[in-house]
Design a protein around this ligand. Structure first.
Ligand code: DOR
Length: 422
């Protein structure tokens, strides 16, 4: 038995102080005072929540272990307060068959400090036009499907993928990117790209493919999920599609909520990711979408890279930034503390929405009988984001030096303490 004393938990939208008793993997008591002498952690008034859930991470193993491994990525997840994540398939080999999915799931379970679920690839090597065997991969344990990192270029490939995913009732997560509109761009196309003389990517590369997919999603009834939404037009399209009854959900990454292309002051690839940081108007639109529920959830798109490759010029460095260790702190500080969003809504977007829409087996509250996947956040402790503190191998974040609240003090997975910092 383990006892977490003096934790604040949310009950009917109010913070109340409670002692939480864990037996094995489960919470067995939530009470005002527990006087037992079990193995005790004093939460000292910190906020205890169910663990956060991230449907979009890159853990790089196998194939790119120098950037991240399942062990370091999941340790970073635990430090960020996450207890369940879904890992993208842009690995080497790409998990695009039932055998590879089974092997990947085994590796995730052996090496993961948190629950690491797995996406199967929509098509071989993320680029083939022929759709992989989605039914077999689902039977082998893939929880959803995506070619993240690459857009699905033809309507027929997307249609076949949707029909197959609908058959097995699994979400299809789309990385939206029409290659014919890229023209070698590496940041958002706009005033800032012109000023910096860095080639731009039009937002139409995302929204035009989304428009295509929403028509196909309506026809097939698949659960279609928009990965890392970034433009105003995309938010409008999702809003309209939802009104029309399309089974669509969307995620936004913290950087698209908090930054825009005007934050890129020079040739600094720590601000390079795909989709790129968009305009202020886009940023405001994704924030509005997140607030009104058009955008269902936050997902970090945690994309670690090596320091040397990210030190290259903007045109040459790889796309992607780390995010799993900073997302709760950044959003708690800049949305909740600043009064834009309630803590309940932020947690809904980071816990219950991903669990419900992806049908994950994970707890959505601190309650008797729930699995003890828990995170303890110190909402009043202020600190500066420093990559020296990162568990991730990836030190590539544009948020270095930001002042944030909400430090993770401890994380439990299945009742096991996997991270602590008191
Ligand atoms: O910035 C990105 N990095 N976007 C993606 O879609 C892929 C990711 C990666 O794997 O590095």
């Amino acid at each position: 038995m383990q006892l977490i004393k003096n934790a604040k938990i949310l009950e009917n939208n109010h913070l109340v102080t409670r002692d939480v008793l864990i037996d094995g993997k489960k919470i067995v008591e939530v009470s005002e005072h527990n006087h037992s002498e079990f193995d005790t952690i004093d939460a000292k008034g910190a906020f205890l929540s169910s663990g956060l859930v991230d449907v979009h991470v890159h853990f790089r193993e196998p194939g790119f272990d120098y950037k991240e491994t399942i062990a370091t990525g999941s340790q970073a997840a635990a430090r960020g307060g996450f207890t369940t994540v879904i890992a993208m398939p842009n690995l080497n080999p790409v998990p695009d068959t039932a055998e590879r999915i089974a092997a990947q799931i085994k590796l995730n379970e052996t090496n993961g400090m948190v629950h690491v679920k797995q996406y199967g690839a929509i098509s071989a090597d993320l680029t083939a036009s022929k759709v992989s065997n989605i039914a077999e991969m689902a039977a082998a344990g893939a929880v959803a499907f995506s070619n993240d990192g690459k857009g699905v270029q033809t309507a027929d490939t997307m249609l076949q993928a949707m029909l197959a995913a609908a058959q097995v009732d699994k979400p299809l997560a789309a990385h939206l990117e029409d290659d014919s509109l890229l023209h070698g761009g590496v940041m958002n196309d706009g005033e800032q790209s012109k000023k910096l003389k860095i080639p731009g990517i039009t937002g139409l590369a995302e929204s035009s493919q989304l428009a295509r997919d929403l028509v196909l999603a309506k026809a097939t009834g698949v659960h279609y999920h928009v990965a890392h939404i970034s433009t105003k037009e995309s938010v409008t399209l999702v809003r309209i599609a939802k009104l029309q009854g399309v089974n669509v959900t969307a995620e936004v990454s913290p950087h698209h909520v908090l930054l825009s292309d005007t934050d890129i002051k020079g040739d600094n690839a720590l601000f390079k990711m795909n989709p790129p940081l968009r305009s202020q108007a886009d940023r405001q639109a994704v924030l509005a979408g997140l607030l009104d529920g058009t955008i269902d959830m936050i997902a970090t798109d945690h994309a670690p890279h090596g320091t040397a490759e990210k030190n290259k010029a903007f045109r040459e460095a790889p796309f992607g930034i780390t995010g799993i260790e900073t997302s709760f702190q950044l959003l708690y500080t800049h949305l909740v503390r600043s009064g834009v969003m309630t803590l309940e809504t932020l947690l809904q977007r980071m816990i219950s929405a991903p669990i419900t829409t992806f049908k994950l087996d994970a707890p959505t509250g601190v309650a008797v009988g729930a699995t003890a996947d828990l995170a303890l956040f110190d909402l009043d402790h202020q600190e500066t984001i420093s990559v020296a503190d990162f568990e991730s191998k990836g030190k590539n974040t544009p948020f270095i030096g930001w002042q944030v609240y909400g430090k993770t003090r401890a994380t439990w997975v299945d009742g096991k303490l996997v991270y602590q910092s008191f």
